[in-house]
Design a protein around this ligand. Structure first.
Ligand code: 2P0
Length: 352
């Protein structure tokens, strides 16, 4: 008897041009393109095992050992159904001798090795690992780009975690989402000196979920409309060029401006959404001052902060400056030095 089982792991990604807003909530089509860096070390990953078996009576999922409901028509159910459809269309219908495992129910077990829903993008790595494990289980010939369109329907930012390195998610224009896909701008090996320092300010579950927060922003923020039309398209191009040219100063300036504008847009929402706290703002002040001293010496920015839908800081910096920045942060926030982690030493190409 054959056993059909596969395991895959996917890392978290941290956006430098933020995704915030959907134009289609069911297909998860964004109101603007975004760009991120995929972190690839052992921390901050989701690992998922999927198994298909004729004896299973229903699709089931366990998250960190606890069963999670697969709601009919929900995001999980959509991703699983789409992967079964791909198996049927690209493998079974073309090769009648292939086993019809798309008819079997699946059991899926997923683990995160970091706090879930603390603004550390657990849904991104989670849905990317889910889709990757089903792609291995079903032996799909599909490209990461095709798989990104399915991961996107689990959680928007998940589409970017199917690639390593520097990754863009093009918003696309087609109503069915066929061109709303992730693509690699540059592999990690292009700029291996780039590091990310994660400062865990709080690992508590966040107050306003990204999904409901961004919908409220779409409905109530005039600033978001300005951002979508007049800001993001130009920034996507400039930061892509900065990455290709390994221009850290430009990369850092755009990254910090985009984080600031994302949080401004959250504040412009009715009622307003606050994701950063006093410690987050103190870290911003520290990075600003650190960069000011560097700029005075004519050296350009040496650090770039960015914040997602939570208070935790991610500081991008080149390897040569990471130690100095880590020491600086720990000297100002000495209470929890073990929580400051330099996680982005290496992040592999392909990254699945
Ligand atoms: C990002 N975030 O680009 C932005 C920055 C949070 C702030 O993507 O509703 O969890 O599942 O598509 O992907 C968080 O949004 O939202 C997010 P859904 P998701 O990384």
């Amino acid at each position: 008897m054959s056993i059909y089982q596969a395991t895959a792991s996917a890392p978290v990604n941290i956006a430098v041009i933020k995704y915030w807003g959907k134009r289609d909530t069911k297909l998860i089509l964004p109101t603007n393109s975004s760009l991120s860096v995929t972190l690839d070390q052992d921390h901050l990953r989701s690992t998922t095992t999927s198994r298909a078996d004729p004896s299973f009576e229903r699709d089931q999922l366990w998250l960190n050992g606890k069963e999670d409901e697969i709601k009919p028509g929900g995001r999980l159910a959509t991703c699983i159904a789409e992967m079964k459809r791909l198996r049927k269309e690209t493998v079974e219908d073309k090769n009648p001798e292939e086993p019809k495992i798309s008819d079997y129910k699946v059991h899926i077990a997923s683990y995160n090795n970091f706090p879930t829903a603390a603004g550390l993008a657990s849904s991104a790595s989670g849905f990317a690992a889910l889709v990757a494990s089903l792609a291995y289980l079903y032996a799909l010939p599909s490209s990461p780009s095709v798989l990104s369109a399915i991961a996107r329907q689990g959680s928007g930012s998940a589409c970017r975690s199917l690639f390593g390195g520097f990754v863009a998610w093009d918003m696309g224009s087609q109503p069915n989402g066929a061109d709303s896909l992730a693509r690699q701008v540059a592999p990690q090996s292009h700029w291996p000196e780039m590091h990310a320092l994660i400062c865990v300010v709080s690992d508590a579950k966040k107050g306003t979920s990204s999904t409901s927060g961004m919908q409220r922003t779409v409905e109530t923020s005039a600033l978001l409309q300005h951002r979508i039309t007049h800001v993001v398209p130009e920034r996507m191009e400039s930061i892509s060029n900065a990455i290709l040219q390994k221009d850290f100063d430009t990369f850092a300036r755009i990254t910090m401006k985009d984080s600031n504008q994302f949080h401004a847009v959250a504040l412009d929402t009715e009622p307003p959404i606050f994701y950063m706290n006093d410690v987050s703002r103190a870290i911003i002040a520290l990075v600003v001052e650190y960069n000011r001293l560097s700029l005075e010496k004519g050296q350009g920015c040496k650090a770039a902060y960015t914040y997602d839908a939570g208070p935790n800081a991610v500081i991008y910096a080149l390897k040569e400056n990471v130690k100095e920045i880590m020491q600086l942060v720990v000297s100002y926030f000495p209470q929890k030095p073990e929580e400051f982690k330099d996680v982005l030493g290496l992040f592999g190409e392909g990254s699945l």
